[in-house]
Design a protein around this ligand. Structure first.
Ligand SMILES: [Zn+2]
Length: 262
């Protein structure tokens, strides 16, 4: 009996390793073949062993959780965004840019009131300023101050414009830790930033990559994305995902460096 259990454990462990190997090779291949300007958003996430081995179950089934994360807002399209989210009763996580918060503070308030998490996404959104000049963490703290002083919203989670890798150097990561901040990248990039004239491809791009028990999907607060948002949400519902918003008390590591301090 013991032998048999050990056998099962070994088989499960081997399966996980093989699956992981295939996934690793496939993602390495994909990132080589994809068009990648120096400053664009791209990479794959590495799950920690704990995340892979500790599924949350419900009625014996593994629950699938999706975090829909929306960058670069608020914007002219925020009210359209909110009405779609309300219609489906879907909570999301926003990563907001300083100047947009100043321009559309009411939208930020509405996000907060509906229970969405408000995250930080820099003041300038400029690759050179953030990473080459090393202002990333200073800018996240400026957005943090702005949210607190103008809207009484507290936030500790930031998302790097263009993703954390390679811009967020060890020094910047140390600064983030010292400042009490955390960062999230994503498991799925919808590519909505480059699918300007092909909004239906945004949905397909997400669909092709959906395979994890926990997904963090990157979309942007852009007209083209909001237009297909109902299709994105319906796809996720059909695939059996539950929607969640980021919760500081349940933080888990989700950055391309797998830096578990963040
Ligand atoms: Zn952005």
């Amino acid at each position: 009996m013991v032998k048999r259990q050990v056998g099962h454990v070994t088989i499960v462990a081997v399966c996980i390793m093989v699956f992981w190997g295939i996934f690793y090779v496939a993602s390495a291949k994909a990132s080589k073949t994809m068009f990648m300007p120096a400053d664009y958003e791209l990479a794959q996430i590495n799950y920690t062993a704990e995340q892979r081995l500790a599924p949350t179950k419900f009625n014996g089934n593994v629950r699938k959780i999706v975090y829909l994360t929306i960058d670069d807002g608020p914007s002219l399209y925020s009210s359209q965004l909110i009405s779609i989210l309300e219609q489906y009763n879907v909570p999301v996580t926003h990563f907001l840019i300083g100047k947009n918060i100043e321009k559309y503070p009411e939208s930020v308030k509405q996000y907060e009131e509906r229970g969405d998490y408000i995250g930080l996404h820099s003041m300038t959104h400029d690759y050179n300023t953030l990473y080459k000049k090393g202002e990333a963490i200073n800018e996240m703290l400026q957005v943090q101050d702005l949210l607190k002083s103008s809207l009484s919203i507290e936030s500790t989670l930031f998302r790097c414009p263009f993703g954390s890798m390679p811009g967020l150097s060890k020094q910047l990561r140390d600064e983030a830790v010292a400042a009490g901040l955390r960062t999230w990248d994503w498991t799925i990039d919808s590519n909505d930033w480059k699918l300007q004239n092909r909004p239906s491809q945004i949905v397909k791009t997400i669909e092709k990559q959906l395979n994890r028990q926990t997904e963090v999907i990157l979309i942007h607060e852009k007209k083209r994305t909001i237009n297909v948002l109902p299709q994105i949400i319906e796809l996720l519902i059909d695939e059996g995902y539950e929607f969640a918003t980021y919760d500081e008390s349940k933080h888990f590591t989700m950055n391309f460096y797998n830096d578990d301090r963040l």
